[in-house]
Design a protein around this ligand. Structure first.
Ligand code: 8OZ
Length: 370
């Protein structure tokens, strides 16, 4: 039999219920340019519209509640004002032929009393303080505050917050949602034995440590249908907050992913190594992980053009997500197609500010003629 439709990086596919024009996803990228209340300015419309040739845009991490916020000027998706600011973004992406899912985020312990309602302590599975520094509204940096451990009876309230955010995302016109279960934020804090010391049904065994994240993903799936819900994991990442790895990442995330596989989700998205670092797919069996999951897989972390082409052609992944290259190259898909040079993004303008380093990167056509 001859194969007539071999998958390439540039061929269309379907992820759950979402049809995408190519295998290149834009990874979630925190840019910290919303206002103090997490409401996007019109600049975000232009930023996402410029990148709409990605097969799938995954938005920057977006707070599901005030409690879930840990960095000043990150956007939210839990009030009417948030919905009204996101709707023109999804409209612009759709008009340009793209697809966009909203990444739902609760930072857990990675927050500061100054960012919380009435100066409340951030919440976490256990009262263990994170390291590193976070940005406050004053522009100053501070270590995350000491969190308080969530009471068991507070869990349903957080599930409700996730559902509210999922509903808001639907109202705002997204194609689906991605649950942020990576990078040592709230869900990952429950999964890892380094940050979860609970003795109730949400701590201890693997079954218990994965219970809350699975409940969150199931709750969000009730709103969207599981075939429009993806999940992002980072088994090898130590940030945020200098969080130690789980004591046995292969076993722990394998167990977690086995549970996720039963939910019929749109996709599993893995950061294969240290977030914002190198690809370390050789240090962990990601292939085993997505085999356990059994559904579509989006690979991420420092993929070169050649690695991405190979990942799709070999069937290793259904899509490859690029993060930093999408900052400097709004037309990344076209540049990869032509094997054209990439513009290095300026790190100094990654977080905060306005148009500079956000919406002023040029496409190939603009660079040639401009
Ligand atoms: C960069 C700066 C702040 C937060 C993540 C949401 O690492 C983030 C993040 C990235 O997942």
């Amino acid at each position: 039999m001859t194969m007539t439709s071999e998958a390439t990086l540039f061929s269309p596919t379907t992820i759950g219920k979402i049809q995408v024009a190519n295998r290149i996803a834009m990874a979630p990228l925190t840019r910290s340019r919303a206002d103090r209340n997490g409401v996007h300015t019109p600049l975000a419309i232009e930023y996402y519209r410029q990148r709409a040739t990605a097969g799938l845009i995954i938005t920057e991490a977006t707070n599901i509640s005030r409690q879930g916020r840990g960095y000043a000027f990150t956007p939210g998706i839990y009030t009417e004002a948030h919905v009204d600011a996101w709707r023109p973004v999804t409209d612009a992406v759709h008009e340009a032929g793209g697809k966009i899912v909203c990444q739902l985020w609760h930072v857990g312990r990675m927050s500061h009393v100054d960012l919380q309602e009435n100066g409340a302590a951030p919440v976490a599975p256990s009262a263990i303080q994170a390291g590193e520094l976070i940005f406050l509204e004053t522009g100053k940096q501070a270590p995350p505050s000491m969190p308080r451990a969530l009471e068991t009876d507070e869990i349903p309230g957080i599930l409700e917050d996730y559902k509210n955010a999922a509903r808001c995302a639907m109202e705002a016109g997204f194609d689906g949602v991605e649950v942020h279960s990576a990078n040592c934020y709230l869900l990952d804090q429950f999964v890892r034995d380094s940050t979860n010391k609970r003795t109730d049904r949400y701590g201890g065994s693997l079954e218990n440590r994965t219970r809350f994240p699975v409940e969150v993903i199931s709750a969000v799936s009730e709103i969207w249908g599981p075939d429009r819900v993806g999940v992002r994991l980072s088994p090898l990442t130590r940030s945020a907050g200098d969080t130690p790895l789980d004591s046995d990442p292969q076993k722990t995330y394998g167990f977690y992913v086995e549970r996720l596989g039963k939910l019929g989700l749109a996709y599993l998205h893995c950061i294969e190594g240290q977030t914002r670092g190198d690809n370390a797919a050789s240090a962990f069996d990601f292939k085993a992980l997505h085999a356990i999951f059994g559904g579509k897989y989006i690979a991420n972390n420092s993929y070169s053009r050649e690695m991405a082409i190979e990942a799709i052609a070999s069937g290793y992944a259904e899509m490859v997500a690029f993060g930093r290259p999408f900052i400097g190259n709004p037309d990344l898909v076209e540049r990869l197609r032509r094997n054209a040079p990439l513009t290095e993004p300026n790190h100094a303008t990654f977080y905060g500010g306005a148009a500079a380093g956000y919406t002023d990167y040029k496409t190939l056509g603009e660079s040639v003629t401009g």
